[in-house]
Design a protein around this ligand. Structure first.
Ligand SMILES: C[S@@+](CC[C@H](N)C(=O)[O-])C[C@H]1O[C@@H](n2cnc3c(N)ncnc32)[C@H](O)[C@@H]1O
Length: 162
């Protein structure tokens, strides 16, 4: 759902990469350049171990997306289950969306919950915000997760840039 069968020659930026499984999948589908940003040092280290074991060329960065400079263009930009962890998601999106060359993919919980000292932004507001940059969002119940909270998968295409 997130990727077409072939990503031949494409570049992919996965924000909140966890152990890097989506990055490795992009590489397996032929992506020429894959970068994964992961804040948690344990997850980052695990991703680096998998990278070594797989002899992969995925680039993992152990840093916050909030600190990342969104300058280099990427064909695919992924925010899979990441934005509800960010205190100011619109500020991150505003910096990140200009670099998308082909597709922006957001996976987000269907219903917001109260986190420590704040309530998650409702998905409706995230989609409205992205709608200022891309028309005709394709949204669906996420088929990517088997357990946990129900998620929405939203796909925005560069062809529909406002
Ligand atoms: C819920 S997990 C989602 C992982 C994966 N993208 C997926 O959909 O399965 C969120 C990931 O984002 C990471 N994360 C949280 N805040 C972050 C930030 N500010 N910058 C980068 N990564 C962050 C967490 O450590 C965690 O690995």
């Amino acid at each position: 759902m997130v990727f077409p069968p072939s990503l031949e020659g494409r570049s992919v930026l996965d924000v909140g990469a966890y152990y890097g499984y989506t990055c490795f999948e992009a590489e397996a589908r032929g992506a020429a350049r894959v970068q994964g940003i992961e804040l948690d040092p344990h997850r980052f280290r695990r991703a680096m171990l998998y990278k070594e074991a797989k002899d992969s060329e995925v680039e993992f960065l152990n840093m916050s997306a909030v600190e990342y400079q969104f300058v280099e263009p990427f064909d695919y930009l992924l925010f899979l289950n990441l934005l509800h962890h960010i205190r100011q998601p619109f500020s991150l999106l505003e910096r990140a969306l200009p670099i998308v060359q082909e597709r922006l993919v957001i996976e987000y919980p269907k219903k917001p919950i109260k986190r420590k000292r704040r309530v998650e932004m409702p998905i409706k507001r995230i989609l409205e915000y992205c709608g200022k940059f891309f028309k005709e969002t394709k949204t669906m119940a996420s088929p990517c997760k088997s357990g946990g909270r129900p998620r929405i998968l939203a796909i925005f295409s560069q062809k529909n840039r406002v």
